[in-house]
Write a protein that binds this ligand. Structure first.
Ligand SMILES: *Cc1c(COP(=O)(O)O)cnc(C)c1O
Length: 385
């Protein structure tokens, strides 16, 4: 059975989510963030669908992720911002990937790689504004921005952008980061840089902190149709969840009252009941600790019972007439009656981001094509790997 376990990815939903977010946010540029294999959805098909929806930039963490998009024939502007100690900047520059740079050393490494290639590297400087991950510390802005400007004057670098990332901790903290970023923009101008792109907001701030929008927003979770907020679900934001994790019932058995279920007998049947076996487990990204989650079988929600194992878990369907082969949806679009990734996140002590991104390599992705675009620019529907 080919759909024994699968993640169905609705590329039309990705495209529509991007279109909807662009209408709401209205920045000149929109980056679709497709790191981590497109949050588990598949970076290449999601990138194509997002571009069809009007995104004009793509963002990834690593250079390897960027090169994989280029190898698939995606030539849209692309930024990679997280590098190891020995980054292959030359490969990125040769592939026209913008480098997000977080230190004087990285600025020098990018300029060196560009010199070796006889090219100009497009770079965007990442400023530290309160998250305390990577990014140039405020104390080092004058030095690093002056260094980048010097390399720009000799044609080794083009400093296309300045960016940072928010902690999404509180309005007060985010406002402090916006003010810090403003100081960074001023410092760049003082160093003689004229940047085309200034970007600070990911999905949450893009939606709720207009002051953080600048010339581009970096949209990750929202394009996948998931909400970044605890107080608003996908529907409240006008978004449609793009991923449905589903499978088919692999076995059905009735057990008597008192029967222990799965490893360690975490759960025992209170009365005679019917159990349905679902062939997905923690190897597939189903969180082992989510043993109070729900799944929908034939559209009806039932509780997960007992320990979630590596390959499988059990569902208590009571007296319902469930049969081998019946459809099981772990999570998907709430409008279809499915539980959501956010509900699984709550059951597992984590968030929707984690639930969709962790879906394992053993789960085949099946793509529902986006509608054919009006003009040139690629159709996500042709993108299934
Ligand atoms: C992952 C990431 C994003 C996207 O964040 P969402 O909350 O998913 O929209 C944006 N910018 C950076 C730097 C990131 O690492």
């Amino acid at each position: 059975m080919t759909d024994f376990r699968e993640a169905v990815i609705d590329l039309g939903a990705v495209q529509a989510n991007v279109e909807h977010l662009r209408r709401l946010i209205g920045t000149r540029h929109t980056m679709a963030v497709v790191k981590a294999n497109g949050y588990g959805h598949g970076a290449v098909p999601v990138a194509r669908a997002a571009l069809a929806g009007g995104a004009d930039w793509l963002g990834v963490a690593d250079i390897d992720e960027a090169l994989a998009l280029r190898a698939a024939g995606i030539d849209a502007p692309l930024l990679a911002w997280l590098h190891g100690p020995d980054p292959d900047f030359a490969a990125a520059i040769a592939a026209d990937v913008d480098l997000g740079l977080s230190s004087a050393l990285q600025v020098r490494q990018a300029a060196d790689a560009a010199t070796r290639l006889g090219r100009t590297a497009n770079v965007q400087v990442k400023l530290e504004t309160g998250l305390n991950r990577n990014g140039v510390d405020e104390a080092d802005w004058p030095e690093v921005l002056a260094l980048a400007a010097a390399f720009e004057r000799v044609g080794r670098l083009r400093v296309r952008g300045l960016f940072s990332h928010l902690a999404n901790t509180s309005p007060v903290d985010d406002q402090a980061a916006v003010e810090s970023f403003e100081r960074g923009l001023a410092a760049a101008a003082a160093a003689g840089l004229t940047v085309e792109l200034a970007h600070l907001a990911s999905t949450a701030a893009a939606l709720r902190l207009p002051a953080a929008r600048y010339s581009m927003v970096r949209l990750g979770i929202g394009i996948y149709g998931q909400s970044p907020f605890a107080d608003a679900d996908s529907a409240a934001l006008g978004l449609t969840a793009a991923m449905t994790l589903r499978g088919r019932v692999a076995a059905v058995r009735t057990v008597p009252a008192g029967a222990g279920v799965s490893y360690d007998y975490l759960w025992r049947a209170a009365a005679d009941t019917t159990l349905a076996l679902v062939p997905l487990g923690y190897a597939d990204g189903v969180p082992r600790q989510a043993d109070n989650a729900r799944v929908a079988i034939n559209g009806v929600p039932y509780p997960v019972v007992g320990r979630i194992a590596m390959d499988q878990f059990l569902v208590d369907v009571g007296t319902a007439p469930v049969a081998v082969g019946d459809e099981v949806v772990l999570f998907g679009d709430a409008a279809t009656g499915a539980p959501t990734a956010a509900e699984w996140g709550a059951a597992a002590g984590t968030i929707n981001y984690d639930i969709v991104t962790r879906v394992g390599a053993r789960v085949p992705r099946r793509y529902l094509p986006a509608a054919a675009p009006a003009g040139p620019g690629g159709n996500g529907g042709t993108a299934a790997p």
